[in-house]
Design a protein around this ligand. Structure first.
Ligand SMILES: NC(=O)c1ccc[n+]([C@@H]2O[C@H](COP(=O)([O-])OP(=O)(O)OC[C@H]3O[C@@H](n4cnc5c(N)ncnc54)[C@H](OP(=O)(O)O)[C@@H]3O)[C@@H](O)[C@H]2O)c1
Length: 119
């Protein structure tokens, strides 16, 4: 594919804000687009990828202009594995041999922890 790519890396992309952001990027017509979705749950990442591709502005589904979506399952809270996790992300970015025009990093992974509801 000709042209420079947009790279968007989203942590916490399996559900919630991260997943919604991934879908929004795919609908924003900023193609060609390489999305890298990161979270721990591989099942949620697979579902997020499917949702992103279903909702992409590009039709038909098998078009060469579909976003490229890579998923990476890793625990970003595990500091011992952090370097390996970052290498995995860097690996999928490098692997495609694409030239990027711009890169966006949505560092969204996190948890609010236990919440108390007051009524
Ligand atoms: N929702 C709110 O009202 C609110 C308010 C203030 C701030 N925030 C912050 O906004 C962000 C998104 O919130 P949300 O409501 O969309 O949360 P969410 O629905 O719980 O989604 C969090 C995402 O982060 C991933 N994640 C969590 N810990 C991770 C880890 N250690 N390594 C890799 N991925 C991890 C989760 O997947 P896995 O569990 O599979 O890893 C999930 O995909 C969070 O950082 C949250 O603290 C939310």
């Amino acid at each position: 594919m000709d042209g420079l790519w947009q790279l968007v890396i989203i942590t916490g992309a399996g559900r919630g804000f991260g997943r919604a952001s991934a879908a929004a990027f795919a609908q924003a017509n900023c193609l060609p687009l390489h999305l890298v979705l990161v979270a721990r749950s591989e099942n949620e990442l697979k579902a997020a990828k499917e949702e992103v591709l279903e909702g992409s502005v590009v039709r038909p589904k098998d078009s060469a202009m579909q976003p490229v979506v890579d998923i990476i399952s890793c625990n970003l809270s595990n500091l011992e594995l952090l370097e390996a996790s970052v290498e995995s992300i860097y690996g999928v970015v490098k692997a495609g041999g694409r030239a990027y025009d711009r890169a966006v990093f949505v560092n969204n992974a996190g948890s609010l922890g236990p919440q108390q509801v007051r009524v």
